[in-house]
Design a protein around this ligand. Structure first.
Ligand code: HQG
Length: 182
């Protein structure tokens, strides 16, 4: 399968497994899962056909491992990034001392004042390393990386979870935990 096709299927999955399942008439369960057969049928019924084999290639080769199949490959879900309500049931996990958030200059004034907020998603997304955060920021423009004092936040009672694909999730980051190392 060529890269263009893989990316197209991946974007289609992001749209419908994270944001707008109702657009193609699928229903995610409380943990965000949907049956693979239901998804394939619904997609085909709404003008975009792909096979189970193609889906499995996308899941296995996706650069950020955005999707995961259950043990029997019966169901699929997005590992993070939802705007629809789901409970991923990820266990609370102690984070490393420092995590990173990638953003752009234009948002900095608001972020310094009110901290990081989840905006349209469920959680604030933090990266385990600077390079990943840079890539996240670079989706919008020249990236700015903010180190986050995750260890201190955790000791102060904030709950961290880590998604199946290694993205750290937290409800919010108050401004006092944001470093500026530029
Ligand atoms: C910014 C992608 C103003 C925040 C990525 C970000 C990630 C504020 C934007 C994942 C703010 C939200 C998530 C505040 C935060 N005032 N702006 N108080 N607090 N922001 O897309 O972290 O490819 O919801 O800096 O790689 O950019 O989709 O979050 O710029 O892992 O799998 O508001 O999405 O993954 O944007 O990205 P997003 P994000 P995928």
């Amino acid at each position: 399968m060529d890269r263009q096709r893989t990316v197209k299927i991946s974007k289609y999955l992001a749209k419908h497994l994270r944001h707008e399942p109702e657009r193609i008439g699928i229903v995610l369960d409380a943990q965000g899962w949907v049956g693979v057969e239901d998804l394939l049928t619904a997609a085909a019924g709404h003008g975009f056909s792909f096979s189970r084999a193609e889906l499995e290639v996308v899941v296995a080769t996706n650069d950020k491992r955005r999707y995961i199949l259950d043990e029997d490959s019966d169901r699929i879900r997005a590992s993070q990034g939802h705007s629809v309500t789901v409970d991923l049931e990820l266990p609370a996990t102690a984070p490393p001392e420092q995590l990173f958030h990638g953003t752009i200059d234009r948002f900095l004034a608001a972020i310094r004042t009110e901290g990081l907020r989840p905006m349209n998603r469920h959680a604030v997304h933090l990266s385990p390393d600077r390079e990943t955060a840079e890539r996240v920021g670079a989706r919008r423009g020249r990236p700015v990386v903010l180190p986050v004092e995750a260890g201190a936040m955790h000791r102060d009672g904030h709950t961290f979870r880590v998604s199946e694909n290694g993205v750290w999730l937290v409800d919010a980051v108050p401004p006092q935990y944001l470093r500026d190392d530029r």
